[in-house]
Write a protein that binds this ligand. Structure first.
Ligand code: NAD
Length: 459
């Protein structure tokens, strides 16, 4: 088997051969990938079920379906996306025709997490290939069935000079990060994001970092509480709360908190029954280490619903925490599980005091029918992206760039933005030869006024 440097050397040679610049070749690869994924649909559901009991329904809406949509979009749009874009010329370039060419970076490294193990590995792969790069993908070591399946799909579809999957944990990732890549796309935690950024800096390699953090959800008193509770019982507990853009905690107007908690309890029971452990619709926590981490957060807080933990089964019951202290562990780490702390506010200052306590979050949610309040929130706080009156759904629109800001990440993807992420904008000015204005040439004497007039005309 080839070593990592050998694999990369082969991909580098292949990229130089110019074959990936051929749009028809790229489309043929994407079509083959789509066909293979479609053929393995059931195997994908089975793998995710084995890894953490993810229900087929959730795998379809949050992984399989999104990957197929991105593939369809890339296959349909690639010709348009790759066409050099004409822009207006300027005084300095006149006479010229000016263009932006989309150039693939070259050899791309993608490192994926475990929580949406299929989607977050394959979607960057699709857009990196669409943009004409070669790819080495490292899926997560924590979802071994899905990662093996991903490797087998990639082996079937791509020559390893174009794309390959290298399975492994920290050691493998570390060896990959030592190499010189032309682009690194990382999805995962903030501490590992910093390791990736440091490794990339050694070679001045551009990076996209899709990270996490504590994403808040504000609820004011203008809402229909039943509808809000229904939507939160979906978005918070999807994937058992192991979602980077999950609502990490709630800040609700204090006078409606108790009513909201009562309705939310009812909604959770409707979704998962009185014993959620028996529900086929609640995935498990990825491993014991994470169960213990979340269980530790439940100590010294006021659990008003749920709270049951079964370490052997990697099970944590959907849980509501009432008014935790801001110094508690649960309010100082990304929860990444089916546990929802509920804080209260009375005025805007209270909200500020909580939100500005934290780094810029990846997502932000506000439930309100007061459009002035909503606009204030959107403009005041800095965050990756968000939703008004629901959770998560902004992720599902490929026309909305998806990414973080500050500690929640840098760069974005989805749809055309994903293609752009993996493409360098190469600016080209094609100079006309039919005229060669003399104004720029020395001696400058007597030309300054003309230059200023031209400047005024063109700007
Ligand atoms: P993680 O950072 O532990 O691991 C992510 C990847 O990095 C894995 O492939 C892993 O093997 C590799 N890795 C781990 N340690 C490494 C090291 N020391 N050096 C190099 N590589 C290393 O993250 P995770 O636990 O898999 O995923 C959960 C985190 O990811 C959460 O913080 C979540 O918010 C975040 N996340 C973000 C997004 C997003 O789109 N922004 C999506 C999903 C998850």
């Amino acid at each position: 088997m080839d070593t990592i440097p050998e694999i990369l050397a082969k991909q580098r040679d292949f990229f130089k051969s110019q074959k990936t610049k051929d749009i028809f070749y790229r489309v043929s690869l994407l079509k083959a990938l789509k066909q293979e994924i479609m053929a393995r649909e059931q195997a994908i559901y089975d793998a995710l079920k084995k890894d953490f009991k993810k229900p087929e329904f959730e795998t379809f809406i949050s992984e399989f379906g999104l990957v197929i949509s991105e593939l369809n979009l890339a296959i349909k749009s690639l010709k348009k996306w790759t066409k050099p874009e004409r822009v207006k010329s300027s005084m300095l370039t006149f006479p010229s025709r000016d263009y932006i060419y989309k150039e693939p970076y070259g050899n791309v490294l993608v490192i994926a997490p475990w929580n949406y193990p299929f989607l977050l590995a394959i979607e960057p792969l699709v857009m990196a290939i669409a943009a004409g790069n070669t790819v080495v993908l490292k899926p997560s070591e924590l979802t071994k069935h899905t990662s093996q399946l991903i490797t087998s799909i990639i082996q079937k579809v791509f020559p390893n000079t174009v794309a390959t999957s290298i399975e492994g944990g920290v050691e493998t990732a570390t060896e990959l990060l030592i190499q010189k890549w032309d682009y690194i796309f990382f999805t995962g935690s903030v501490p590992v994001g910093k390791i990736v950024a440091r490794a990339a800096a050694n070679h001045l390699t551009p990076v996209t970092l899709e990270l996490g953090g504590k994403s808040p959800c504000i609820i004011d008193e203008t809402v229909n509480l039943k509808l809000v509770a229904r939507r939160i019982s979906w978005g918070k507990f999807l994937n058992a709360g192991q979602t980077c853009i999950s609502a990490d905690y709630i800040i609700i107007k204090s006078n409606i908190k108790d009513a909201f908690i009562d309705i939310l309890k009812t909604e959770i029971i409707k979704r998962y029954g009185v014993n959620p452990k028996e529900s086929p619709d609640l995935p498990r926590i990825i491993n014991k280490k994470n169960v213990l981490r979340i269980a530790d957060m439940l100590k010294d807080v006021h659990v008003v619903f749920g709270g049951h933990v079964d370490i052997e089964d990697c099970y944590i019951e959907p849980t509501i925490i009432d008014s935790p202290n801001l110094n508690s562990r649960i309010m100082n780490e990304e929860i990444f599980g089916p546990v929802l702390p509920i804080l209260t506010y009375n005025n805007n200052q209270d909200i500020e005091n909580i939100i500005w306590n934290y780094e810029k979050p990846l997502a932000f949610y506000v439930f309100s029918n007061n459009s002035i309040f909503v606009e204030q929130i959107i403009k005041k706080y800095s965050f990756g992206g968000g939703v008004v009156n629901d959770l998560l759904i902004h992720f599902g629109n490929s026309r909305l760039p998806f990414g973080g800001i500050g500690a929640s990440g840098m760069g974005a993807y989805h749809g055309k933005t994903g293609f752009d992420t993996f493409s360098h904008n190469k600016s080209i000015s094609k100079r006309g030869n039919w005229i060669d204005p003399g104004v720029r040439y020395a001696p400058y004497k007597g030309k300054f006024n003309l230059l200023k007039k031209m400047f005024k005309y063109f700007s």
